[in-house]
Structures are given as C-alpha cells and as structure tokens.
Design a protein around this ligand. Structure first.
Ligand code: SF4
Length: 500
C-alpha cells in the first residue's frame, strides 16, 4: 500500500447480533368489561385523602362500587418494602404499600380468599409515563407486589398514561374518557381549595378545632354537591356557602413568617405521613405556609406536553408527523383552557380573599424563563425546571423555602442537591432547606424544619418592622412561644442542645 493511503474499512453492521424472539413483557393486566361492572369494586387514592374523597362522587353518581383508600400512612412504606423491588423511590413504597395494606384489611374484614379479592376488586392508579424517573415503572410494580402477596392477576387501571391505551377494550367498565378526566380535575380543584383554606386559617386562629370542624362540614357539603347530576351548577353554590362559613371564623390580624414548600410531586403534595404532614407542622408552629396546589402541577404537565408538541411541529420529518404533533398541541390547549375555566369559576364562588387563602396559579412561561440559565425548561422528568424557577421567583418574597425530595428520587437529586447549590450562591437570602422524606426519621427532619422556621421568624421580623401590623419585637416574642409546643425554640443554643 502506498504512503498516505489507508485501507478501506469494512462497513459495520448495526443490527443486533442476537434477537430475543420472545421478549420479556412484564405483567399484563386483564380488562374490566362493562358487563363485569357490578362484580368489582374500584380501589383508589391519590396523593392525599381529599383528592380521593371528592372523586368518590364520580363513582357514586355513575353506579360504581368504590373503596376510597384515603391517606397514606407510615405502615405503607413497610408493606411496600416487604413486597417491592429493592432501591425504589419512596413514593413507590408508599403507594404500592397502601394498596397492599388495604387489600390485607379487606381480606380480614370480608374473610374472602386473596384470589377472590383479586377478582372482586380493581386498582385505579397513576403511572406509566416515560421519562428519566421511575414513574414509568409504577404499574408494573403494583402488579408485582399484588401477585407476590397472593392477589394473583389483580386488575390495574392506569388513568394518567397513554401506555396500554391500545389494550383498553372499547367496552371497558371504567373508560378513561373526557367525563372521567373532567371529574378527576374537579376533585383535584376542590381538594386544593379546601387545603388552601386550611393553610390560610390554621396559623391565624385561636380555635383550631373550629377550623377543623368547619372544614369537615365544608367537605361534606361539597361532596353532596358533586354527587348530584347537576354538579356543575351545585358546586359553585356550595362553594359560596363554604366561603361564608370560613370567612365567619375569627382570624388574628397580623403577619406571620411566610414559607414556601416545593419538591417532587408526592413529597411536596402528600399532606399526610408521606411528607411528615409538613404543611400542618409549619402552620402549628405559627408560620403561614403557601398551599401545595396539585392543579398547578397538572397545568405544568400540560405546559410540558405543549412545549414538546411545539418542538414536534417545528422539527417534524413529514406531514404525518406534523399532523400528529398539531393534534397533540390542540389537545393540550383545550385541556388547559378547561382546567383554567373550572378553577376560576370555583375560586370566584368561594371568594377566598375573605379568609386570606392563597390560590394564585403561577405563570409557567415566566417560571421557565426565570430559571432557564440554570435548568433548561425542556429537560423533563420529575418536576423539571419548576423548583429552580420557583426558588428564583420566591427569593425576597418568602421567609423560608423548603425543597422536599423523596428518598431515592432520581430527578430531585439532580435539582435539590445539585442545581439548588448554585441558586443559593446566587440568592443567599433564600433561607433554603432541602429535606429527604423516607417515611421514618420524623424527629430529625422536623427539627431541621424548625431551625429554618426560627430563621424565618427573624427574617419576617425584619421585614414586618416596616409595614406589618405586628411590631418586629412582638413578632419575635410571639414566634418564640412555639405554638405547637413540639419544638419550643428560645435560642439557637437551645436548638443545638435539643438536636445533639
Ligand atoms: S420523580 Fe422521583 S420520587 Fe417521583 S416517581 Fe420519579 S424517581 Fe420516584
């Protein structure tokens, strides 16, 4: 071969060397057909008690037998770990464990065998979306733990994914159609509004039991309205009455430290053992917490899909692909418009400004732009860019900022433990705390939160000195009384002694 000439290389075949004809498909779930509707009971819960409480209205109105599994409790993690795969994220253990705990309770109460229970119940859940996190594996995990625990072939219905849509038969007993989705979002909005009222009232009233009993009554009134066939008219009427009841509760006129909580979906929005009842703890400690709004999170999902669809239209390889993305874009726009319309209509009826509830939704384009340089808004998975944009948005506006991340969460590890370090360096007044929820270890986590609240009180005192109704001195004195008495904070030295 002459100098300068190279030997032509042989083209490399990219075809796989071995093709497994019979690939692993995972667990399959059987359809639940219309003719079997009366034979089975739907079991469900979503993130926190109030969401499933209100969704029950849909099942009652449409003749389904249903079993509301309510809040997640600590015991659920144990069941999830006992039967689940190793090294899963914390919400996976909480949710699969909750399903198992309820199945075992049903077994005890009814005396049915596990095989019979698997035939007589279906489990409604979320999960199955693709993305750089475990959410895509949730349905498989539910089927695994149910089968391993002896509830063989328990049917699993997924409401939040297109995965498996082809397998859904036309005569499905519980179709994931438009009406179901509208009812689901109404349940979410109602639960969010009641939660916002709780966050607004609890820290500002002397008689906390009055708040709890009024909220309980409000929940019953809203459920009754939602059960009616004319729910779209009856809910606003019920909300007006609920708003009057809540506005009549005597409220102290003062400014308390304001805390914002964010983080992964479940660790942020489970207002139960799933996140140590974080917002209630903050309220009881005499600080105001901005409510965790699931409607906002649903709108983020629509926003994310809209961005994806716009990119798809722009870079489509052919007309067929372009048509697909345009259809997706229309779907997201319509869905967003319906959610916004319902939310505005219900908020107007409730008139939450009368009792100080914070119900504003964030502008997601603005949040994306704020954090763009630090976390690109088209990196999806988990909560995407939300937490970074929120940190910048709330810097200087709140007295404490908490990021709640589940043990073993992949996207949150990159954000709360990673990018937030840069945000803190850029916005040092943020008073930022990252906590990890694991289903145990409450004392250690909540004492860290109480240290953040201590700092927040002093920040609020400095802020309130200029225009608050309570003087700075009064505010510090009042905050140091530690209303819940769980963490009576007098000085930093006390905190160090308590936690060491
Ligand atoms: S975002 Fe994190 S905690 Fe949530 S499902 Fe994904 S990996 Fe699990």
């Amino acid at each position: 071969m002459s100098a300068g000439k190279t030997k032509p290389t042989k083209p490399v075949s990219l075809a796989p060397k071995y093709v497994l004809e019979d690939q692993w498909q995972g667990y399959r779930t059987l359809p639940w057909r219309k003719k079997e509707k009366k034979d089975a009971t739907v079991m469900f819960n979503f993130v926190e008690r109030r969401k499933s409480y209100f969704l029950k209205a849909y099942f009652d109105r449409n003749g389904f037998k249903s079993h509301d599994m309510g809040d997640h409790i600590k015991e659920d993690v144990r069941w999830g770990k006992e039967y689940g795969n190793r090294m899963e994220c914390n919400p996976m253990y909480f949710t699969s464990g909750s399903m198992l705990r309820n199945l075992f309770e049903i077994e005890k109460e009814t005396g049915l065998s596990r095989e019979e229970i698997a035939r007589k119940y279906v489990y409604l859940c979320g999960g199955g979306q693709c993305g750089p996190c475990r959410y895509g594996m949730y349905p498989q995990e539910y089927m695994k733990v149910a089968n391993d625990a002896g509830f063989k072939d328990l049917r699993v219905i997924i409401f939040s994914s297109d995965i498996g849509a082809k397998e859904l038969v036309k005569d499905n007993a519980l179709p994931m159609n438009l009406m179901f989705r509208i009812n689901l979002i109404i349940a979410v909005i109602l639960a969010d509004l009641v939660h916002a009222a709780e966050c607004a009232l609890l820290p500002y009233v002397h008689d906390k039991d009055l708040v709890r009993s009024t909220l309980g009554e409000a929940e019953k009134m809203l459920l009754d309205a939602f059960r009616s066939k004319a729910y779209i008219f009856k809910i606003p009427r019920a909300l007006r009455k609920v708003g009057d009841m809540l506005a009549a509760i005597p409220r102290r006129e003062e400014k308390l430290p304001l805390i914002f909580v964010t983080g992964e979906f479940f660790a942020n929005l489970a207002h139960n053992d799933g996140n140590y009842n974080l917002r209630r703890f903050i309220s009881e400690e005499g600080c105001e917490v901005i409510p965790g709004n699931l409607t906002q999170r649903v709108l983020y999902d629509n926003w994310r899909r809209t961005v994806e669809a716009r990119r798809g239209v722009r870079f489509a390889a052919d007309n067929k692909e372009r048509r697909f993305w345009k259809k997706s874009l229309r779907k997201q726009r319509n869905s967003t418009a319906v959610i916004n319309w319902l939310y505005r209509r219900f908020v107007k009826a409730l008139a939450p400004h009368r009792f100080g509830a914070r119900i504003e939704l964030m502008d997601l384009d603005e949040i994306a732009d704020l954090g763009r340089d630090l976390y690109h808004p088209e990196i999806f998975g988990g909560e995407g860019n939300l937490e970074i944009g929120e940190a910048i948005h709330y810097s200087g506006k709140v007295d404490g900022f908490i990021s709640s991340k589940p043990f073993g969460c992949m996207p949150s590890s990159g954000v709360s433990d990673g990018v937030q370090a840069k945000v803190m360096a850029m916005y040092p007044d943020l008073n930022f705390l990252s906590i990890e929820t694991s289903g145990d270890n409450d004392v250690s986590i909540l004492s860290r939160v109480s240290m953040l609240l201590f700092k927040a009180r002093h920040k609020a005192a400095a802020r309130g000195a200029g225009g608050g109704r309570t003087s700075a001195k009064e505010m510090v004195e009042q905050s140091e009384r530690s209303p819940s008495g769980k963490f009576a904070v007098k000085s930093v030295d006390d905190i160090v002694t308590e936690t060491s």
